[in-house]
Design a protein around this ligand. Structure first.
Ligand SMILES: [Zn+2]
Length: 449
């Protein structure tokens, strides 16, 4: 079962259209269009189901396997994969200057970039990340190479050439030469990605690294460029005490306010972290329709606090989840789901056992695993304004086939067959061997034959 395009596919599909709730499409038939889009969703008993079940090209999934939407990583630094699990014990500004910038600078060499990006994209696809919103590096050539590798391997990707031009904040050998260069190189990168042959799934992204590494001229120019090119935007916002304080000291306003003044908050912008958003910041972000990439695991190392996820969701913000490789030491979006739940529980209960329980935490902060699942799929798709993350007509068929009984896997079900009961054990305990096959736009991109 390698290519599903053009075929009806019969199986059990589970997705999360709303936070905290599942929809189980048991023994359903999805008709996949020639472009990899879902054309029909037919449930047992419906006339379309009876009709499609008769088709000779019907493909039927093995009993017991469960299909979930592809996972959307809303924040990941592709070049940092080689330092996964390293240097996690230093503060953000030291981590950047002493570890991360020297590593990223090495991507000036396309051969260095090619080997590392190839391994990364293979690993992410095998882990079920069907869409990734990538920071690349400052180099246009290597960033384009990442886009080409994603296209070649079939991953849906949004890729940004990183813009960082402030000589006072960035190493001499790793920055844009000037604000003008940051803008013109970004423009050239956007044009090059859009010109890639047969490109039906990789988009360019305007990517000012974050305010502390950019000049005002670059930030303003990139905001204008995003509007001119009708392009996605990504950056970091209020990640740590240091980053939050830097922007406050520089502008006398918050990160979100400053980014908004530079025209960088749009419906297709994604802000990583945003741990320190105030209520008024959230109101600005919500009014722009801007997305938030919540990176719970990374925030445990570099965030200095827990992002108030539940408050953001209650205010109607568009939130998805990110791994933030390598601020977070795992590329697995299933791990991101787990960390999201755990962080929210720590926030609600509090962490200092010497404090009374009544004042130890922040009430009403917890989210459940089904909410994390929603955010990692439909939430990510919504933040990107792309038709992914749900099994609905008009959406792309990006999906993982989960085999709970894979011999090397880690799901144990002891006879349980109800998919609605099985989904939480899948999300909490699945590992890569349980991901039998991975599809993007109806084409298989990873897993068994
Ligand atoms: Zn980041």
């Amino acid at each position: 079962m390698t290519a599903l395009r053009g075929h009806p596919v019969r199986g059990t599909f589970v997705h999360a259209p709303e936070r905290g709730a599942l929809e189980v499409l048991a023994d359903a038939i999805l008709l996949i269009g020639a472009e990899g889009n879902i054309r029909l969703v037919a449930r047992p008993g419906e006339p379309d189901h009876e009709r499609l079940a008769q088709r000779s090209d019907l493909m039927t999934l093995p009993a017991g396997q469960v299909v979930i939407p592809g996972l959307v990583d809303l924040h990941i630094h592709a070049p940092q994969y080689p330092q996964l699990g390293r240097a996690l014990d230093v503060p953000l500004e030291v981590w950047l200057g002493q570890h991360t910038f020297p590593l990223e600078a090495a991507y000036a060499d396309p051969d260095f970039a090619r080997t590392r990006y190839t391994v990364l994209v293979d690993d992410l696809l095998a882990s079920g990340t069907t869409t990734a919103l990538y920071f690349a590096t400052v180099h246009r050539e290597a960033s384009l190479l990442l886009a080409e590798i994603c296209l070649d391997k079939g991953q849906r990707a949004l890729v940004g050439k990183v813009a960082m031009d402030d000589p006072a904040a960035c190493p001499a050998d790793y920055r844009d030469a000037s604000p003008e260069a940051a803008i013109s190189e970004t423009r050239a990168f956007i044009d090059a990605v859009r010109a890639l042959p047969d490109n039906d799934r990789v988009l360019p992204v305007v990517t000012p690294r974050f305010i502390p590494s950019c000049t005002d001229a670059a930030l303003a120019g990139l905001g204008k460029l995003a509007a001119d090119c009708d392009c996605h935007v990504q950056t970091h916002c209020s990640e740590s005490d240091w980053a939050h304080g830097h922007v406050m000291a520089r502008y006398g306003m918050s990160d979100a306010e400053a980014l908004d003044r530079f025209g960088l908050l749009t419906r297709r912008s994604v802000l990583a972290h945003s741990v320190f958003l105030s209520d008024s910041d959230m109101a600005i972000v919500q009014s722009r329709g801007t997305g938030i990439a919540h990176c719970a695991l990374s925030n445990m190392y570099f965030g200095n606090a827990v992002f108030p996820l539940r408050r953001a969701l209650d205010k109607g913000l568009n939130v998805g989840l990110g791994t933030d490789i390598s601020g977070g030491p795992s590329g697995s979006m299933l791990e991101a789901c787990r960390a999201t739940v755990q962080a929210s529980r720590m926030l609600e209960d509090g962490v200092d056992a010497t404090e009374p329980a009544s004042t130890r935490g922040v009430p009403q902060s917890r989210v459940d695993m089904l909410t994390a699942f929603h955010l990692a799929t439909a939430g990510g798709g919504n933040a990107l304004d792309l038709p992914i993350g749900l099994f609905r007509p008009g959406y792309q068929f990006d999906a993982l086939v989960i085999d709970p009984d894979a011999p090397d896997g880690t799901i144990r079900r002891f006879g349980e067959t109800d998919p609605s009961q099985l989904i939480e054990p899948i999300l909490y305990t699945a590992t890569r061997p349980n991901i039998a096959r991975v599809y993007v736009s109806g084409s298989q991109v990873a897993g068994h034959a």
